[in-house]
Design a protein around this ligand. Structure first.
Ligand code: FAD
Ligand code: NAI
Length: 328
């Protein structure tokens, strides 16, 4: 029997690689520390319906990704979102329409990674703490003390700091990953039982603790009785208030939202806060993926390219391409 390939991380980068390898006939096994797939593209099921707390929408500029998104559209996993867009700057809120096509997962962001996962073999709630090589093959140690393997090759598809910790066997790759800083984002969700009196459905924000606002319910195929909003703080604010209790984060960002709308806002009937510790890489790179093909170790993720969904997917493609090229 062929020895499988291990993929650590079932976000869009890991699943991009996994699908390509599986479709080319390679056996693969996925590992993720979360209870499901999606990573930063996951959605949270809540009393106010499913909410996209991480990636809000994505754009497709590279021709290969455009083609893939068309395929997802054919599967019913994505649809275009055409929000009434605003911009907030110098204390002024103004309409800010554009021609950009923006995609969202339907009926929630996590539908895309769920679709890609399909029936691929995956271990969830399984945090890998070590990647080590035996005489011939790779093995993975998890946080519970179990060893998984053997594997012929390993793809690490996690944020850079988590990849660094798994790259002891490849100091050069570890060094490159260690040089990538990733910045946090505080995300909160608010739900109101009476719709807020604004036509706004998305807003880019400057000069505020907030960076972005989205009316979650305005995305296609969302089914919520409540007027649900997702608010993201800037990296700078999130860094400064990294350890603030969730209630205080909600209060502050709710306050910033009310200020922006120049409105005494009603009390939300539902609130939630989520801290993304490794939300976005500082800067972008053109690495595609990192690889030590002789060792059989590959690394991918948004931080190898653009820090966006498209970059993450392309990075997974690059890792799988290089792996298959090496295996011939
Ligand atoms: P991830 O999605 O982070 O996947 C990595 C996976 O690895 C995770 O599932 C994690 O659980 C798992 N993992 C980590 N360590 C281990 C371990 N030791 N063992 C096992 N599993 C492990 N992009 C856009 O294009 N548009 C947007 O509007 C947008 N908004 C964003 C808003 C926020 C708040 C955030 C956080 C991100 C946003 N992004 C956006 C970025 C986008 O979400 C990411 O670029 C993309 O999802 C990254 O995918 P990935 O597969 O590289 O990493
Ligand atoms: P995009 O083209 O919609 O946006 C890129 C940037 O251009 C925006 O951040 C905004 O500053 C500006 N912009 C675009 N349209 C605008 C408009 N109509 N009015 C005013 N400003 C506008 O999408 P792209 O390039 O795919 O970027 C993805 C988005 O994901 C960005 O907004 C980025 O900030 C966000 N992101 C957020 C992360 C987080 O942790 N909060 C992590 C990674 C990405």
């Amino acid at each position: 029997m062929t020895v499988p390939i291990a993929i650590i991380g079932a976000g869009i980068a890991g699943l991009s690689a996994a699908r390509t390898l599986y479709d080319a006939g390679y056996p693969i096994e996925l590992f993720d520390k979360s209870h499901g797939s999606g990573g930063r593209m996951s959605s949270k099921r809540t009393d106010a319906g499913a909410l996209d707390l991480g990636a809000q929408y994505f754009t497709a500029r590279d021709r290969r990704f455009v083609k893939e998104v068309q395929r997802w559209q054919g599967e019913g996993w994505v649809a275009e979102w055409n929000p009434q867009l605003y911009n907030f700057q110098n204390g002024q809120l103004s309409l800010s329409p554009d021609e950009q096509t923006r995609w969202v997962g339907t009926p929630r962001m996590s539908s895309i990674t769920r679709g890609l996962l399909g029936r691929l073999q995956a271990h969830f709630s399984c945090r890998i703490t070590e990647v080590f090589r035996g005489e011939q093959h790779w093995h993975l140690q998890d946080a519970e003390g179990f060893t998984h393997g053997p594997f012929s090759q390993v793809i690490i598809a996690t944020p850079a700091p988590q990849a660094t910790a798994l790259l002891a066997a490849a100091p050069k790759l570890a060094g490159a990953a260690a040089g990538v800083q990733m910045e946090p984002t505080w995300a909160i969700a608010l739900a109101f039982d009476t719709a807020l009196e604004t036509p706004m459905e998305g807003c880019f924000v400057q000069d505020s603790p907030l960076d972005w606002l989205a009316r979650n319910r305005s995305k296609p195929a969302r089914d919520s009785q409540l007027d649900t909003w997702v608010l993201h703080a800037t990296s700078a604010w999130s860094k400064q208030y990294l350890d603030l209790p969730k209630e205080a984060v909600i209060e502050q960002l709710h306050g910033a939202f009310a200020e922006l709308l120049h409105d005494s806002m009603p009390a939300p009937v539902f609130t939630l806060a989520h801290r993304w510790l490794y939300a976005r890489p500082a800067g972008s790179r053109e690495w595609g993926a990192l690889a030590d093909a002789d060792l059989g170790l590959y690394v991918c993720g948004d931080w190898c390219l653009s820090g966006r969904v498209e970059g993450a997917w392309l990075s997974g493609q690059e890792a799988s391409r290089r792996l298959m090229e090496h295996l011939g």
